[in-house]
Design a protein around this ligand. Structure first.
Ligand code: PMV
Length: 315
């Protein structure tokens, strides 16, 4: 499959980080997440030979397949099929190429960002717009393949590309950031399946429901307090809440020694607070930093084993 034709349509989708509330959000407690607008998935469509249909090309994960040969539940194909149905369009003859800044299976919303980018690329190609609700709904359906029982937090944050206060089965609340803040994001290099981690937590909770619900209640309260802190620009207070959330996630059983080491390195280097983000048992940590400490924290997490490090401003 040659992907050297000129792109004729582009769609992009942002990554996201969960500031507080992963896992407890699955059980109805609040969580907050912010988009990572500087780390994105990009999908281009280029004209292909007549009769070829959609040819899917994802060089980052060494995947290529035609839409007509893709399995029914293959996530990329599902996103295309659902998009064409929503747009009421027949399958066009295009090469769809997917590139992403986001590492896969590491809690930064890579799957949702790719789905959103796919929907937008076909929307541009067909010159037919879809509402944010429609894009989010398609992204959610694809997340079900990735995650099994997703809360809806990822697709909402990625598609709306705004800070989101999220409670399952309630309309998402978009909220304002009182003062921009900076995050250092560090990848442990350990890929992790959110689906499996969520399933592990479900099993543990079955054996100790009162204990897990107590942990989730505490995390829910932290999410609410963190939203207030973000709205008020109370960065120090937010840092303390991130620290507390991490300790609770350790108790939930979704951290790993490698993540704890990264969190400690970031705190010791002067971060206001740090925690794992996303499904855990691998993936990334986030550290809340001020300008004076950005490079110190970056160096510290690299020395502590981070395989990739990003610095981003949330505003
Ligand atoms: O690993 P991520 O970034 O997809 O985040 C998952 C967040 C969970 O709360 C663990 C699951 C969910 O569906 O919200």
């Amino acid at each position: 499959m040659q992907a050297n034709n000129q792109p004729i349509a582009l769609g992009t989708g942002a990554g996201k980080v969960i500031l507080c509330g992963e896992h407890s959000v699955v059980y109805g407690y609040p969580a907050i997440a912010v988009p990572l607008s500087s780390l994105r998935a990009r999908v281009t469509l280029a004209q292909a030979e007549t009769g070829s249909g959609v040819l899917i090309h994802a060089p980052d994960i060494k995947y290529q397949c035609s839409l007509r040969h893709a399995a029914k539940d293959a996530p990329l194909a599902l996103a295309v099929r659902m998009t064409l149905a929503a747009l009421k369009q027949v399958e066009p003859d295009v090469i769809m190429t997917i590139k992403s800044d986001l590492p896969v299976a590491s809690g930064l919303g890579s799957g949702a960002a790719v789905s959103a980018a796919i929907v937008r690329s076909f929307s541009t190609y067909t010159n037919t717009s879809l509402s944010l609700e429609q894009i989010s709904a398609i992204t959610y359906e694809v997340e079900k393949v990735h995650h099994g029982n997703p809360s809806g937090l990822d697709n909402t944050t990625v598609v709306y590309e705004k800070p989101v206060f999220f409670e399952r089965n309630k309309p998402p609340v978009i909220f304002r950031i009182g003062k921009p803040f900076q995050l250092v994001i560090a990848n442990s290099g350990i890929a992790s399946s959110t689906k499996e981690v969520v399933e592990d937590v479900r099993h543990h909770r079955q054996n100790a429901q009162a204990y897990y619900d107590m942990l989730f209640t505490c995390i829910g309260a932290i999410s609410k307090a963190a939203r207030d802190a973000v709205e008020q620009g109370a960065i120090r207070a937010l840092g303390t809440l991130l620290d507390e959330n991490h300790e609770l996630l350790v108790k939930v059983g979704v951290s790993l020694p490698q993540l704890d080491v990264l969190v400690k390195a970031a705190r010791d280097a002067g971060a206001y607070g740090a925690k794992l983000t996303g499904g855990g048992q691998g993936g990334n940590i986030i550290a809340l930093v001020d300008t004076a400490h950005v490079s110190l924290v970056e160096q510290a997490v690299r020395a502590a084993g981070a395989t990739q490090v990003w610095h981003t401003k949330v505003e």
